[in-house]
Design a protein around this ligand. Structure first.
Ligand code: KG4
Ligand code: ZN
Length: 433
């Protein structure tokens, strides 16, 4: 067909004859509102609940941090439409997320984003089965905008409300893409979080370990700032993590040696703040040696980026390896076809994915990651979590009055003591990256 590219859609895996933007991350047909074939058919999933004559639809709304996202997904896993407004460029300029600015931007964009998602879906709000919104964890001021807006919609259209845990949504996104049965091991690495958990059901998680200080995304963002990557011509519009990954490709990590965090702690917790201070010390020292002014870029920037990325990746690999061995020892995962699911913004990092692939190859698990586009925050994952909860009949509120957002909210039951007591030594693993 002249003027059209044929390309395999990463969502429905059909060859679609829709026009795609050549550049950019949209490589599925969902932006054009339709999969050519329903995802359920592509994946052999049951179509939908037989009581309902047509698949139920959920509108998902995400405002927990700095992305205003909305999407409509049906219970066969078909993404009918989505819209996303990212505040990344504003926060890059201010050197980090300032909550009142994030709140203001969510307020300015939420109505447009939700309406765009509905318009792209070619449905009206009346046709929705429920509205699902992130209510925890996240920045209070940001969560508040999404919750207030959603409660008004819920009242106006008389729809049930499904409150969503942001990390649960990251963990379940993979099930929109491919059939992954419970239980599975999940590693969530993002700008706000870092945790390892066993997903036993839609809202049934066992927490194996989490970061004791900051998240890997925060570390990447702060190191990228210290390296002034925003002034690098190839990185000016990238998030810290993206910029660091990009620049690291040109570097040699062996030129700088950073201490691996927590090598003496035989558990699955994480720590990144010491590693960041160590990297910052090196950046300041090198800057002095090269006589740099504020905002200028070091000659060895790529080597430092590569060393930071490698050490973060290796730390994540070690803790994940221990989590897998623990699950296998305690019988928490199926003996055959066990999966490690990795998601959250930092899971877009291809170097980290390659390192984790070494671990899953060595332990016999399948590594499953949503496409990078769905690893970072978006409305689709919230709508899909809404569908999962709707199907399971979990917390579908017909009268949500009094519901509040929760800035801090653990995911699941903490069994990190049990992990520590198991004291599993992780064998040496030579990474083939
Ligand atoms: O999941 P997300 O969109 O928001 C939170 O819930 O935190 O994650 C954002 C984080 C940022 O810290 C960003 O720097 C990081 O994900 N990130 C990356 C990459 N892309 C985004 N980190 C490493 N490599 C990437 N390619
Ligand atoms: Zn997130």
């Amino acid at each position: 067909m002249p003027g059209y590219w044929f390309k395999t859609c990463f969502l429905c895996r059909a060859t679609c004859s829709l026009k795609f933007p050549v550049q950019g991350i949209v490589t599925s047909c969902f932006s054009k509102s339709q999969h050519l074939i329903p995802l359920s058919a592509a994946l052999g999933k049951p179509a939908y609940h037989s009581e309902h004559s047509s698949p139920r639809l959920v509108l998902g709304i995400e405002t927990s941090c700095d992305d205003t996202g909305a999407a409509v997904v049906d219970e066969t896993g078909k993404i009918l439409g989505e819209a996303l407004h990212s505040q990344k460029e504003v926060h890059l300029k201010t050197g980090g997320i300032i909550p009142v600015i994030a709140q203001q931007l969510h307020r300015e964009h939420i109505d447009r984003v939700v309406n765009e998602a509905l318009r792209a879906s070619r449905i009206t709000a009346h046709e929705l089965s429920a509205i699902a919104t992130t209510v925890k964890p996240g920045l209070s001021l940001s969560l508040g905008v999404g919750l207030d807006y959603s409660l008004k919609l819920v009242e106006l259209y008389e729809k049930p409300f499904i409150p969503i845990h942001h990390m649960e949504a990251h963990a379940l996104t993979v099930r929109l893409m491919e059939p992954v049965d419970f239980p599975f091991l999940v590693l969530l690495i993002s700008g706000g979080h870092c945790l390892l958990a066993i997903a036993r059901g839609v809202s049934d998680f066992l927490l194996l370990g989490e970061s004791l200080d900051e998240s890997p995304g925060e570390t990447f963002d702060k190191v990228a700032r210290s390296l002034s990557l925003i002034n690098h011509p190839e990185c000016s519009s990238m998030s810290g993590g993206q910029a660091l990954e990009h620049i690291a490709q040109q570097g040699d990590r062996r030129n700088f040696s950073l201490t691996l965090p927590m090598s003496q702690n035989i558990d699955c917790n994480f720590s990144f703040s010491g590693l960041r201070s160590h990297a910052n010390g090196i950046i300041i020292k090198k800057g002095r040696e090269e006589g740099l002014k504020k905002g200028q870029i070091l000659s060895c920037v790529a080597d430092i980026a590569a060393a930071v990325q490698h050490t973060v990746a290796f730390h994540i690999v070690k803790r994940t390896h221990r989590a897998i061995l623990f699950c296998q020892q305690e019988g928490f995962l199926p003996q055959n076809d066990a999966s490690l699911v990795v998601s959250g913004g930092v899971a877009s990092n291809q170097y980290i994915r390659r390192c984790l692939k070494n671990v899953t190859n060595a332990t016999g698990l399948a590594l499953r990651c949503p496409p990078p586009r769905l690893c970072t925050d978006n409305g689709i994952m919230i709508a899909w979590n809404g569908i999962e909860r709707l199907r399971a009949g979990l917390e579908v509120l017909h009268s949500p009055k009094g519901i509040r957002y929760e800035p801090k909210a653990p995911l699941g039951t903490d069994i990190s003591d049990q992990v520590r007591k198991a004291a599993i030594k992780v064998p040496r693993l030579k990474l083939n990256i």
